[in-house]
Ligand binder design. Structure first.
Ligand SMILES: [Zn+2]
Length: 289
């Protein structure tokens, strides 16, 4: 018995003895590269090949990268990707952008017109939105929705790739598992060099200004005391990402004083001046509102 779970990966619920001959066993080695297959945790449905250079994973990764919801490169479908991989013409996402007409003319059913059309589609895809690019990277647990949330919240690939878990978790739509996946992905040196490569190749890495949330624009924040789970710098970053400003001392021009555990004299000053004081919970609500 199989049910649809975790998006589209079929989950085996149970083996009905009557209908089955023998038992179902999950594969132990990858049918593509013979590396070990593991089930990351019991809650998850998927079994994964642990080899980061697994050829089949690269193939599926490239197809995901070029797919409609991602970079939307028309003409870079399965048949073409398999041939390009087979000829060693692409080994990573960046290689897509290094393809030349000559490379494509060697493929089955490729004449000059078709080759040029694909090259144009590849070139055009460099302008795709940041959210599509984040989605295209194939980070575990990052679907189109989460990619869009990250792009809008952080505004640039740099900011997303430097975000830490507490910054990510502070975003309403991002849960702890997703946060761990994002941090884990960008912690890999090969992910870092991939991003640098794509940047040099001219891919868009920024969300248009108008789409970046700037709800805290012009607002001045002062921090005092400790906020649980976030350092002062991180809290400041969160404010800045949303257009706000962090200042060191309280004055009448201060909009908010964020008071954590054991606040200092700034707290008293804020009281005296009648500045709005936010506790930790209220601060996080403002960020996520
Ligand atoms: Zn494999």
């Amino acid at each position: 018995m199989i049910e649809r779970a975790g998006d589209v990966i079929p989950k085996i619920v149970k083996v009905t003895q009557k209908l089955s001959k023998g038992n179902f066993t999950a594969p132990k080695i990858c049918p593509s590269c013979n590396a070990k297959i593991i089930k990351e945790d019991l809650e998850q449905v998927a079994y994964r090949c642990v080899n980061p250079s697994c050829p089949k994973q690269l193939e599926r990764g490239l197809l995901h990268f070029s797919s409609r919801g991602a970079m939307d490169i028309e003409g870079l479908g399965e048949a073409v990707v398999i041939q390009l991989l087979g000829r060693g013409l692409i080994k990573n996402f960046g290689d897509i952008y290094r393809l030349k007409e000559q490379d494509l003319l060697g493929l089955e059913l490729f004449a000059q017109k078709k080759a040029q059309k694909l090259l144009n589609a590849i070139e055009e895809s460099k302008k795709q939105s940041l959210s599509r690019l984040i989605y295209a990277l194939g980070i575990a647990n990052i679907g189109e929705k989460a990619a869009s949330v990250l792009a809008k919240h952080f505004g640039s690939m740099d900011a997303v790739s430097n975000a830490n878990e507490s910054q990510l978790i502070s975003i309403h739509e991002i849960g702890p598992v997703t946060a761990t996946c994002v941090v884990g992905f960008f912690a890999q040196p090969q992910a870092r060099s991939l991003i640098e490569d794509l940047r040099k190749l001219g891919l868009n890495m920024k969300q248009p200004k108008s789409q970046v949330s700037n709800k805290l624009e012009g607002k001045k924040f002062v921090f005092t005391g400790e906020i649980e789970g976030i350092s002062r710098d991180q809290a400041g970053e969160m404010v800045k990402v949303l257009g706000g400003e962090v200042v060191s001392s309280v004055s009448k021009k201060t909009d908010y004083v964020v008071a954590g555990e054991n606040p200092g004299s700034k707290y008293q000053t804020a009281m005296k001046l009648g500045v709005v004081i936010l506790n930790e919970k209220q601060f996080k609500e403002i960020l996520n509102d």
